[in-house]
Design a protein around this ligand. Sequence first.
Ligand SMILES: O=c1ccn([C@@H]2O[C@H](COP(=O)(O)OP(=O)(O)O[C@H]3O[C@H](CO)[C@@H](O)[C@H](O)[C@H]3O)[C@@H](O)[C@H]2O)c(=O)[nH]1
Ligand SMILES: [Mn+2]
Length: 923
Amino acid sequence: MGGEGYIPLFETTRGRGTVVYRVFTSTIFLGICMIWAYRVSHVPSEPEHGPIWVWFGLLAAELWFGLYWVLTQACRWSLIYRRTFKDRLSRRYEKDLPGVDIFVCTADPAIEPPMMVINTVLSAMAYDYPPEKMSIYLSDDAGSDITYYALLEASQFAKHWIPFCRKFVVEPRSPAAFFRSPSSDQLCADSENEELSAIKKLYEDMKNSIETAHELGRISEDICSKHKEFSQWDSYSSRRDHDTFLEILIDRTTRKAMDAEGNALPTLVYMAREKRPQYFHNFKAGAMNALIRVSSAISNGRIILNVDCDMYSNNSESIKDALCFFMDEERGDEIAYVQFPQSFENVTRNEQYSSSLRVISEVEFHGLDGQGGVLYIGSGCFHRRDILCGKKISRWSENSGIEQNGGIYKPEELKKLASCSYEENTEWGREMGLKYGCPVEDVITGLSIQYRGGRSVYFNPKRNAFLGIVPTTLLQSLVQHKRWSEGDLQILLSRYSPAWHGLGRMSPGLTMCYLTYCLWAPNCLPTLYYTIIPSLCLLKGISLFPEVTSPWFIPFGYVIFSKYAYSLAEYLWSGGTVLGWWNDQRMWLYKRTSSYLFAVIDTVVKLLGFSETAFVITSKVAEEGVARRYEKEMMEFGATSPMFTILTTLALLNLVCFLGTAVKGLVSGGAGFFGSMSLQAMLCAVLILINVPIYHGILRKDEGKMPISTTMDSQAPGYMLTVVLGLFLSLHAVSGIRFMIDREECFSHDVQYEGDTVHASFVVIKSDSSWHYSQEGVDLVVKGPSGEQIQDFHDKISEKFEFVAHHKGVHRFCFTNKSPYHETIDFDVHVGHFTFYDQHAKDEHFNPLLEQIGKLEEALYNIQFEQHWLEAETERQAIVNDAMSRRAVHKAFFESAALIGASVLQVYLLRRLFERKLGISRV
Ligand SMILES: O=c1ccn([C@@H]2O[C@H](COP(=O)(O)OP(=O)(O)O[C@H]3O[C@H](CO)[C@@H](O)[C@H](O)[C@H]3O)[C@@H](O)[C@H]2O)c(=O)[nH]1
Ligand SMILES: [Mn+2]
């Protein structure tokens, strides 16, 4: 067909403002280049700027962010929008509409309640499409008789529901959603309420029976005896060990498949594929492939629609929309799948977990479509069966005969198609069907179709086509994102990697788009760096950014401002709120510092061959309290998790750094600290603002608060982190006095408050004679302000000690050298005065937090002090052992080997811990 008389079934338009956007983007890019230039040209040479690696780390992070930003531009470079002409489709193809098989997947009745599942099934059965051309398949990976029972009830209810929907043009066609919606009230008002209340009653009855069975956890004898197919469950021993359960509940080849008004009903099939412990079941991909095979023997629809069990159809016309793409005479042939956005029913106004994926759906995917294809994201996607099964792209009209193959089946043969051993020595999971071995089976499968030359289309209609459920707790959100980012990273490392396999098979633009998602996880490293190092440096007074008065400030200011202004505009334009955007920024940070970090760790562990990735199913139900707090947009912690430990650690670290700096500024009596480091201080302040829900979570009292253990946990690593990093940062900043001593030498040190702890140390570094080494050491006497003797050491080569000053005032440290040689001594003294706050400042101003800061800072000083001593010691050692220093080298070598060993062990332990804590609902 085609040619002159060709009237398209769909239309594609380009987004407006592309040129303006590109110019704007180029200015940001220029700014980014200047930031890089600043980093490269301003490498500090003086030690007060801290160790050099700090600077190069920032350079690396900024290079990463800049380049990553360039990738994200590919998703925005040219947006396209699609429109369909369903009336033309109906006119042209009313009689030749293809068969459509709809796959619904469920896996756990506890977190995916049967009522929700059958509502999705019912919404699919009620599509505005010839019922004899539609088949609905439910895959139940839990093999639950209750889910089966629910479907059985639904098959009866459908006989009334489908004609009702047709008669009143009901929308949406999930009964639960419809009864909640304003349109059902509308129907009541239109005095049709007799039929409405009748159907509502039927629904309520069904709901009661199903929920009763669900609560009881079993099916009553009565029902079992009425339906002989329940005997299949006699062989059920566990969710992971059972036969195939397969039942065609509505069979269009038999006569009884009629609705209440005598019209045909769509085919309805329940399938729980066989599961055995010795066979890996490959999660959703395994279920989908079993469905593809089973359905090919029953209905063999040319089009396959896949939805998750929570994603009910919200628009009865979607099938026709999708067909407008596949059946377009000119451009339909190369289209392999049509992806609809995933929209969600339970998002709150300002969505605190930013789970609606707003910008992805409204902007990025339109951009991907513009680059030649969109991701397959599991739910809400229509596929051409032949291509999903691994065929090369071919003309739509060429194999219209394939549906005739279906419809010939014997129950036992069908069951074999869903058995564990069926796939042995076949190409399933590799060349055929959905790909195995990746937590995002959808994305990798879509990518492989793209490589085979299949095009994909993104269709985002005004009325949402599908509505699902987003996670309602922070942890679930983070776990979901861990699965996604880990899966995407694995794609990058797999043989389908867009980075190398994509070259030549996809446009460079689309490759960049795929890379933005594949590189989600590695973002954790630069983000962690940027949230830790500048704040610590702020505390230490190390400036890392240009001053406000410097011209180099301009690119920083411009890039930060315009990038965020644009991101806010984009978010609002996608239908979000300002607060929603702010929440989105928070989740951006949280995902990067926890989900993505664990995704990277897990991927590395997996590469090392330690483990297989699991698929943690997202819960679709929430307890009452959780649901209430979710509605109120209160951040839900409640559980303990290593993810929370990290988040809390970072939140406290930034708070400590900021307040510590402020205290320092106050003590030194000038605002200079913030003045010369305004960008750094701002970064730290923004991090604190964004972390407010965590501080609140720590102080809250309700069930959703941050568990105490997490707070405690986070203090230990947080403390360690600060101390260790502080140590690194101070590597070159350690000071002390080094002097030569002939006979006697005294030093004075003022102790300002009584009760302060004085730390002191000394090391005899070297003796004047090169051929003789003094082992006698020196004497040291410490005297208080009134001349009283406090400490007294004899013939010491090195010593480290502390004492509490009972009187304030000048303390004297007198060294005596009894050897005939000059000796070099390294001496350090430090007064810790925070005990003072404990004793005297009973002032309410000093709340526990400040105290913590004090202690932390004190610890930092102590560490520095300790380190100085160690350094001096080492130096002395080095001199002493000069001749036989090989041993020291060996020791160091063994030490590092031990250290590496310990780290590997820790990764392993962390992994175990993680497995235990995250494995809440593994299937
Ligand atoms: O062993 C399993 C595990 C999961 N599922 C089903 O897979 C679907 C998706 O699971 P869910 O926990 O809701 O994950 P989401 O993160 O919400 O799902 C998105 O991401 C997944 C890939 O990570 C895709 O499979 C989904 O289609 C996509 O909607 C659900 O219907 C499950 O019942 C199975 O059938 N078998
Ligand atoms: Mn889901």
